[in-house]
Design a protein. Structure first.
Length: 326
């Protein structure tokens, strides 16, 4: 099978490329020389293009597109998220259809449903919000809707995977930032860290992608999780322990953090400051709200079940060499 992956040099995309390369002809979108070298090291072939410049020639004879590229920055202007996540996805869909691609797998997120509320054991029937105040959530919602509406049974089948809190070896962003905060004495729990959360180890997500190459119903979205629920405090503490860090008990009230985030964002936008505020409304909300989702639909349609438990994943994280951590 010939497979084209966007975001192939990132955390999720690179894990997918590495897993698929031994069995398939894998192409990876590369926007820089560094990305090209990374993609080659995974056993895939880099393709010099971006979501702005991709055309039919890049997808010649491609069977499946796996779309992982996205603007996931914690802070920015709406137009930046719209350009990458909405318009970029829209163009890729059009090019894939023109090139005769048969299947389009979109890497989505549980955040497409999030506008600041608790979410307890929700499934895929949970409705999209009319509008989310968080630019990332809103842009990913719009991009997912474009993907699912483009489904054409038997000709161009599209589906979306929604992993919740992807973690594991290869992630040098979330865990590195947590370690840095602990090292600088800046780490504090929000509301005691008692919010409940689902999670998704990178190996479990990659397994779901492999299944989705041939399984799953077009026009559908699927939650992918570890099939376990933990408090934010327990899960984060476990991750930090794998790196020899201990977060302590320092805590801030949820209401205070949310108010501070609102004031900071308002001030930064008023003055046009591009640097990320100390805390954003999105991070304050998503770390303090319950966020548990059910993967029953993925089990039924994809044949999905986790291949790694959280305990096994933590052991692997302890043994991994994480750049920037340690």
């Amino acid at each position: 099978m010939k497979i084209f992956i966007t975001g192939a040099s990132g955390f999720i995309g690179s894990a997918i490329a590495k897993r698929l390369a031994p069995d398939h002809f894998v192409l990876g979108m590369a926007r820089s020389d560094a990305a090209s070298r990374k993609i080659q090291s995974l056993g895939a072939r880099p393709v010099a293009c971006s979501l702005d410049t991709v055309d039919v020639s890049h997808l010649k004879h491609v069977d499946v597109v796996i779309h992982c590229a996205a603007n996931v920055k914690p802070w920015g202007r709406w137009e930046e998220y719209r350009l990458a996540n909405v318009l970029g996805t829209q163009k890729l869909l059009q090019v894939a259809q023109q090139a005769g691609v048969k299947r389009f797998i979109h890497m989505s997120t549980e955040s497409v449903l999030f506008h600041g509320q608790d979410m307890d054991d929700v499934d895929e029937s949970y409705p999209y919000p009319a509008h989310s105040p968080f630019f990332y959530s809103e842009s990913k919602k719009q991009s997912e809707q474009l993907v699912l509406m483009a489904n054409a049974p038997g000709r161009f089948e599209t589906l979306a995977l929604r992993p919740r809190w992807v973690w594991g070896p290869g992630d040098t962003t979330i865990l590195r930032n947590l370690c840095d905060m602990v090292d600088r004495g800046k780490f504090k729990w929000i509301g005691g860290g008692g919010a409940l959360t689902s999670t998704c180890h990178i190996d479990n997500l990659v397994h779901a992608v492999v299944l989705a190459l041939a399984s799953g119903k077009g026009g559908n979205a699927y939650f992918i999780t570890d099939w376990e629920v933990h408090t934010v405090r327990d899960f984060v503490s476990s991750m930090l322990r794998t790196q020899g860090r201990f977060p302590g008990d320092s805590n801030l009230p949820t209401g205070l953090v949310k108010m501070a985030a609102w004031v900071l964002e308002s001030t930064y936008r008023l003055f046009g400051w591009r640097k990320k505020p100390l805390v954003t409304r999105f991070s304050a909300a998503i770390m303090s709200c319950n966020f548990t989702v059910a993967s029953d639909k993925a089990q039924q349609d994809l044949g999905y079940k986790p291949v790694v438990t959280v305990e096994e994943g933590m052991q692997g994280l302890m043994n991994a060499n994480l750049s920037g951590v340690g």
